[in-house]
Design a protein. Sequence first.
Length: 65
Amino acid sequence: MPKMKSHSGMKKRVKITGTGKILFKRTGLRHLNIRNSKANKRRKRKMEQLIKGFEKTVRHMLPYA
């Protein structure tokens, strides 16, 4: 059976840690940021852990991660 292909878009958007957690970058820091509070912008700089409901979908898209 041939190798499965990973979803290229998903590869670029998530990072899988050594312990198996899936991290992603928050959206909304490119432009129109004057309306956001400083605390909100600070929070968005960090990577965030993906919620359990989406984990199955992401793991299906990245079979070898």
